[in-house]
Design a protein around this ligand. Structure first.
Ligand code: NOJ
Length: 555
């Protein structure tokens, strides 16, 4: 081996030795050090280089101090190599074991429940909950006055039925302006105050999102019937005969043809509900964008979730062909009810789930802060087409609804035997996709109250069933005290929407300023009211079971 010095650099010959290295293995080959005479041994501290040489020596890169050949020579010796390899494989094994352990802990530990899983959902019908200004109709300020009721009941999630500006042909499900509060219920300031107060009290607010239709008083509809180029296709229009406006046999959920002739535009428009609720055309990208903007508007205000209304109706087949009759022999002119047709072209159309998934993704944008998950529940009555309902859960990789409403317990009144209950519970549990979250509904503004449909005796047991089944229970205002339907005239709304019974005061405490209420108070309010229910002592049989059972989270 030789080390030649040229101007400004050191050059390694075929074999270079570290000047400070001493061969202790005794093969003699490394015993000579640079500049040493054979046989003379020096340690590294004794190597003296003049300053010029020292500077040049630093240019030996990257193995300054120990030349590469020496390093390789010794690093391949068994006493270095074996421990090194053992340490290497030990590190690999430990890392893999740690990763496996972490995965196992995550997989096996109980999931942290989100807010929509750990409390029942309580539905408020705002017209009927609490009237703060004495005009006979409930309002947002009234809801705010009564927030302690939820704290008493141990309820954290409150769904408030529509309070958008509306001509109220379908009591708020006919929206005139998706960004405004109807004056009947208050102002935007009242809404913001209510939401802030709910959040202060640890309550979550879910509101209705009504994508299928608007009111015929919505600005979009007026522009559409005038054929404004931008809005022309915002709704589903087709040519039809003005005197017999039935371009096909489709029928509305509320009965009769789902087409109405519009004189302004000279065409028919589709409405799957009232004629005052024209269906939006979701094949128009502008309409899709409008609805996304509305989702952002309310999420930006801080609402915690949406109950998506009538989702299966959102899309219709573009070909507008007749739907098959359930009874093919029925004369076509007698086909007037939704039960007369198989809704192959007006419900659950291809593309529906893509829309819902897109909305879910928009909601996820607002769900990233801790504790601010935005919840989505879909409303679709698929009756016993259970597969269609389960589709709203989507797949483990693609999110959609957190759960679709489970309406099967609404069939309880048909038969209150244990076997029937078991059948209805099983229907959901056996069909729900693995890993998803169940839910149970026993009442809403469209269905009779438990006490009226199943009988007074069943109120407590049905409430108990609701609160102890695995999953999220949904209850309707007044069910916690066993309110009943009222007897109303044909001209009044038939569904269970009478004023909440708070006490045995005037108008059951719904309001105390006037004697008017938009629907009559049920005459049983003197004994069936919140004050009476809450005043039972712990030891009295029949005490309201809600507060205790609402704390249970059955998994
Ligand atoms: C379902 C609502 O619950 C019902 O009250 C309403 O009439 C329809 N959707 C139409 O929006």
């Amino acid at each position: 081996m030789s080390l030649k010095k040229h101007s400004g650099s050191l050059e390694l010959g075929e074999c270079t030795r570290n000047p400070g290295y001493r061969d202790v293995d005794g093969d003699g080959s490394a015993a000579e050090t640079i500049g040493d005479h054979p046989g003379e041994k020096r340690d590294s501290t004794s190597v003296k280089l003049d300053s010029e040489a020292a500077e040049e020596y630093t240019q030996l890169r990257p193995y300054a101090g120990m030349p590469k050949e020496v390093l390789l020579l010794y690093s391949s010796q068994a006493r270095y190599r074996v421990p090194r390899e053992i340490l290497f494989w030990l590190t690999v094994a430990c890392t893999l074991a740690l990763v496996a352990l972490t995965i196992a802990v995550i997989a096996l530990s109980p999931r942290c429940l989100s807010w929509w899983q750990s409390s029942p959902v309580y539905q408020i019908y705002p017209r009927s909950f609490k009237d703060s200004d004495g005009d006979g109709v409930g309002d947002l300020k009234g809801i705010q006055e009564q927030l302690d009721h939820f704290q008493y009941l141990n309820i954290k999630s409150v769904w408030i039925s529509p309070f958008y500006r509306s001509p109220m042909k379908d009591f708020g499900y006919d929206v005139e302006d998706f960004r405004a509060i109807d004056p009947l219920f208050g102002t935007m300031q009242d809404f913001e105050d209510l939401l802030a107060e709910m959040h202060n009290k640890g309550l979550k607010l879910i509101m209705d999102f009504i994508p299928n239709h608007t009111s015929d008083r919505h600005r979009w509809f007026n522009l559409s019937r005038l054929r404004d180029p931008h809005y022309e296709d915002y709704y589903v229009w087709t040519d039809c005969n003005a005197t017999t406006p039935r371009p096909n046999n489709w029928v509305s959920v509320f009965g009769n043809s789902s087409w109405t002739y519009d004189e302004v535009r000279g065409q028919c428009y589709l409405h799957q509900f009232l004629k005052e609720q024209p269906d939006l055309n979701f094949r128009n990208p502008h309409v899709r964008q409008e609805m996304i903007d509305i989702i952002h508007f309310w999420l930006g205000k801080g609402v915690d979730g949406f109950r998506m209304d009538a989702v299966k109706h959102i899309l219709e087949a573009a070909h507008l062909r007749d739907e098959p009759q359930v009874d093919p022999n029925k004369p076509p002119e007698l086909v007037t009810s939704e039960w007369d047709l198989h809704h192959d072209y007006t419900t659950s159309q291809l593309g529906l789930h893509d829309l819902l998934r897109e909305w879910r993704a928009e909601m996820d944008i607002y769900s990233r802060e801790p504790g601010r998950y935005r919840f989505m529940v879909t409303e679709s009555y698929d009756y016993h087409e259970v597969d269609k309902t389960m589709m709203y859960y989507s797949t483990p990789l693609v999110k959609e609804s957190d759960f679709p409403f489970n309406f099967y317990l609404l069939d309880l009144p048909q038969n209150t035997s244990g076997l029937w209950v078991q059948h209805l519970v099983h229907l959901w549990m056996a069909n729900m996709p693995k890993g998803q979250w169940a839910n149970w509904v026993v009442g809403n503004h469209d269905k009779p109250r438990i006490a009226s449909s199943s009988g007074h005796t069943y109120i407590r047991v049905i409430n108990m069933l609701l609160l102890t089944l695995p999953g999220t229970p949904t209850t309707y205002y007044g069910e916690e005290i066993g309110m009943e339907n009222i007897n109303v005239t044909d001209s009044q709304i038939q569904d269970p929407r009478s004023p909440m019974q708070w006490s045995d005061d005037m108008n059951a405490g719904f309001n105390n300023k006037t004697n008017i209420t938009w629907l009559p108070v049920h005459p049983d309010y003197r004994t069936v009211n919140v004050e009476v229910e809450n005043s039972f002592s712990m030891v009295q049989f029949g005490r309201n079971i809600w507060p205790e059972l609402a704390c249970i989270i059955p998994l």
